[in-house]
Design a protein around this ligand. Structure first.
Ligand code: GRF
Length: 206
């Protein structure tokens, strides 16, 4: 059973979607550990309620970013993690961590990359920018993590139409539902060995 490590920073609804996907048998994997960089992340509680090892690793407990990321990598290795999933994780992984898991770190982003992504575009800020720009279509993207921010090869995308009367919350809610489905599908496809990456091009064996 493939061992998944999930990194979170907040409410953990994407983590919950993974937990539900595993418990329903849809995702043939297991979550070996949940790591949060925020002690208040409700996602830690979600993990504990499902008997999943949950660990808080706080940047303030380390001298520098490199040591902080080394602690994350050590925890992933301790739990024999084979696939890392960033589920609402609001920190940038160091090159060392990315190098340890080449095309084995998956991130979910709440827009159609390369729009509304990169430094500073996370959570509600993404949807605010979408509404301010006035685009008619947004969506969600699942991609492999490389050493950039939201720049790795794209695995899956799904559009979400922007409604005239949308506000940040109504739009965020509709995109979040798509994120949950897309993330579970990408993790399932990965574990089943149905994803091939050639350079930036990702092929899915549906
Ligand atoms: C949400 O903004 C989601 O779009 C992004 O991370 C944030 C928190 O997600 N992926 P979660 O509820 O903590 O999974």
């Amino acid at each position: 059973m493939m061992r998944i490590g999930v990194l979170i920073s907040g409410g953990g609804t994407n983590l919950q979607a993974l937990i539900d996907g595993i418990e329903s048998g849809y995702i043939p994997g297991e979550i070996a550990v949940v790591i949060s960089n925020r002690s208040t992340a409700y996602g830690l509680e979600r993990a504990r309620m499902h008997g999943i090892p949950a660990k808080c690793i706080l940047k303030k407990d380390y001298n520098n970013d490199q040591a902080f990321n080394a602690a994350i990598l050590e925890t992933l290795k301790e739990h024999n993690v084979e696939l890392v999933v960033l589920a609402g994780y609001l920190s940038i992984l160091s090159p060392d961590v990315v190098k340890a898991y080449p095309n084995r770190i998956i991130n979910i982003h709440p827009s159609l990359i390369p729009a509304f992504c990169g430094k500073g575009y996370y959570g509600q800020k993404v949807h605010r920018a979408v509404l301010e720009y006035g685009v008619k279509v947004t969506g969600a993207t699942v991609h492999f993590v490389d050493e950039g921010t939201d720049t790795g090869p794209i695995i899956l995308q799904q559009p979400v139409m922007v409604k005239d009367d949308d506000d940040i919350n109504s739009l965020a809610q509709r995109v979040l539902e798509v994120e949950h489905q897309l993330l579970c599908r990408a993790v399932k496809l990965f574990i089943e060995g149905r994803i091939t990456v050639r350079g930036r091009k990702v092929s899915i064996n549906e």
